[in-house]
Design a protein around this ligand. Structure first.
Ligand code: CAA
Length: 642
């Protein structure tokens, strides 16, 4: 075990520090304020030879050890935590799984370019229902001939949409938990692969973070990474190394904050002497230095174990947890030493303070780090019996999902209006378009699919004819600024609790759906039939908003001015119609689940149309895991059979 880095390590540190000081530091504040990814800097990082530090030279890597990699992330983060994580996510998440599990062909095709920085790498694991519980992955990849067809969504993905390659995890064998997950190399630009806007974050704002959307993306079979079913282990092993990267990032951020505060405390005078000599502050600075040293030793020792192919999963988790908790404390103390001046934008400790927070969250929260460490010390907790990877159902609840597809677009629009009138909506009355979202009985909301700002006129016209207020998705208010911020609907914005919600050109991000889950009726109009909003709606039309809206406006127009709407009466949410079964009904005695032969059991690999009797003996209840024997046949009156 080493207690001191080598001369080579320190020479390498000097090189990266010089680059960070000369190139990154002068623009760090601007990148932070503009939420801007430093394309030029990343290109130069490739030229400097730091985009493939721990990889073999034959693949264009630098052939250095994991400590050198930790030093590079640390030094970049010492001036800008965002630039630090660009390197970390690229190296340990986007590149490592290919280096460790890729075939020679995959390494030649991808690793050689990732190591030079010609390609940027990223890692797609996290989903709305699979964060800390990474095994809950719902994205699917189905083998069809020579391709896997990928569908689903990943959130919080570092380096998206800038990265060229994404190591993506998807379920290839449903119903068998983590053993049914596989890893794939997915290229940016493949048909059906799109991105959300990059998030507006608290810190590390020079790094880009966005969602990955997959709609029938065709992945060539040869892009399967490792073997089918190995995905979860690949993800876990990758994260072990990733955590060394995040620990280094936390260390660098804290180091930058410490140096800045030490400098300031030596210059700033109060009570007739530099505040560094006031003992309360001397002790604070002494503690900061001690904690930094402890964290550094932990990070480098985990990296050293990795280099020497010794087990390092626990040590990496310990280092990540300790270094990130330390970074929160040290950046907080640094800001405290600056006093009021540290609270002002432009002072680096203000940025370091914000940048530090994410290190206790991503690549495994510090709670998960303790789970990992605990598994090595106390031992693994016994497994809780629950269905892993079982979809929790649509976020906005189980709705009718009646998508009008028959006839012309005009016929579809008329069918929609008919259905709404049948549900009791009176379109001779209306409310002011500026009614607060939380008080509105009806809202017509625009998403990015509305296109140019001038198309908002269609939204306003539709809102008038539907008797509704105007709302929007978050990007339309926040990024495009088409409407004021108080008009955006979602968990983080305004919650809609009224009756009718018409979502136009909204894809259905989780936080948006959570904000409309209490609506009595949700109508979706979107040109992407795979958009999540369609799984969360009562009625829908698949089509271009610019074509559907004029027809809908006309269909709702009764030629008269709208009368003021009476006070809102909350309507009951209509439930999807439950069809009477055509065959005998079998019910699980464990949980009451009714097996529906029409639907089969996708997760259990049972085709729709399979009768209960034809289910294999090993089939189990998808809800509670009881075996087939526990099901009882329920007599069903003939008059209720279809
Ligand atoms: N290496 C290899 N295999 C591993 C492993 C590791 N470190 N840890 C677990 N496994 C294997 C286990 O041996 C087990 O295999 P078998 O079933 O064959 O025995 C299998 O994986 C399942 O293991 P567990 O039962 O322990 O899995 P679990 O479902 O209980 O989850 C967990 C364990 C530690 C909580 C895990 O889910 C986890 O690490 N969660 C956090 C996820 C995370 O870090 N997400 C970060 C996303 S990426 C990110 O943040 C990027 C960014 O922006 C920069």
């Amino acid at each position: 075990m080493l207690y001191k880095t080598t001369k080579e390590h320190e020479a390498f540190r000097k090189k990266v520090r010089a680059f960070a000081e000369e190139k990154v530091k002068p623009i760090a504040f601007q990148l932070d304020q503009n939420n801007e990814f430093p394309d030029e800097i990343v290109k130069e990082m490739g030229e400097l030879g730091i985009m493939g530090i721990p990889y073999e030279e034959k693949y264009n890597g630098a052939g250095l050890d994991a400590i050198s990699y930790a030093i590079a992330v640390e030094e970049l983060s010492r001036v800008d935590g965002g630039v630090g994580v660009i390197l970390s996510a690229h190296t340990s998440l986007g590149t490592w799984p290919i280096a460790a599990f890729g075939t020679e062909k995959q390494k030649q095709k991808y690793l050689t370019k990732l190591c030079t920085g010609e390609y940027i790498g990223a890692f797609g694991l996290t989903e709305e229902n699979a964060g800390s519980d990474a095994g809950g992955t719902e994205t699917t990849a189905v083998l069809q001939g020579d391709h896997y067809i990928l569908n689903g969504k990943k959130i919080f993905i570092t380096n998206a949409p800038k990265a060229d390659t994404y190591v993506v995890f998807a379920v290839t064998s449903p119903g068998i938990g983590t053993h049914g997950i596989s890893a794939f190399i997915v290229e940016r630009g493949w048909e059906g692969f799109s991105f959300s806007d990059h998030y507006d974050k608290l810190g590390i704002r020079s790094s880009s973070t966005a969602e990955l959307h997959f709609s029938n993306v065709k992945i060539p079979k040869e892009n399967l990474l490792g073997k089918e079913g190995q995905g979860f282990k690949i993800a876990m092993a990758t994260l072990d190394g990733g955590r060394i990267g995040i620990a280094s990032q936390a260390l660098g951020i804290a180091q930058g904050a410490y140096e800045s505060a030490l400098d300031y405390a030596k210059q700033r005078e109060q009570f007739g002497l530099p505040i560094a000599h006031l003992q309360a502050n001397t002790f604070k600075l002494a503690d900061m230095a001690t904690q930094l040293r402890a964290a550094r030793l932990m990070v480098y020792s985990a990296a050293d174990l990795k280099t020497h192919h010794e087990s390092y999963s626990m040590e990496a988790a310990m280092a990540k947890q300790y270094a990130s908790d330390m970074a929160l404390k040290v950046t907080n103390d640094a800001l405290q030493l600056y006093g009021g001046s540290g609270y002002i934008k432009g002072i680096d400790v203000e940025r370091f303070y914000r940048d530090a927070k994410i290190t206790t969250i991503y690549e495994g929260t510090n709670e998960i780090m303790r789970v990992v460490v605990g598994a090595h010390t106390v031992g693994k907790a016994p497994k809780v019996q629950y269905q892993k990877g079982k979809s929790k159902g649509p976020i906005a609840g189980n709705r009718k999902k009646e998508i009008f597809k028959e006839g012309s677009l005009e016929d579809q629009v008329n069918a929609l209006v008919e259905a709404l009138k049948k549900d009791g909506y009176d379109f001779t009355v209306g409310i002011d378009k500026d009614t607060p979202i939380s008080e509105a009985e009806r809202v017509v909301s625009a998403g990015r699919g509305i296109g140019d700002k001038e198309n908002m006129k269609l939204i306003e016209d539709l809102a008038y004819q539907a008797g509704a207020a105007v709302g929007s998705s978050r990007p339309v208010a926040e990024t495009l600024k088409y409407v004021p911020l108080n008009r955006y609907v979602g968990m983080s914005g305004q919650t809609f609790k009224g009756n009718l919600y018409i979502a136009v050109g909204i894809s259905g991000a989780g936080q948006h759906l959570k904000g409309i889950k209490d609506a009595a009726t949700i109508v979706a109009i979107n040109n992407d039939e795979n958009a999540a909003i369609f799984k969360n709606c009562d009625y829908g039309i698949v089509g271009d908003a610019l074509e559907v809206l004029p027809l809908l406006i006309e269909a709702l127009d009764n030629g008269e001015e709208k009368k003021p709407a009476p006070p809102m009466v909350k309507m009951k949410r209509s439930k999807p119609r439950k069809m009477a079964p055509t065959s005998d009904l079998y019910v699980c005695q464990g949980c009451g689940y009714e097996y529906d032969p029409k639907q089969g059991d996708e997760e259990g690999g049972i085709e729709p149309g399979t009768s209960f009797k034809k289910l294999p003996d090993e089939w189990i209840c998808p809800k509670c895991g009881e075996d087939k024997e526990s099901f009882v046949k329920v007599d069903f009156p003939d008059d209720r059979k279809l």
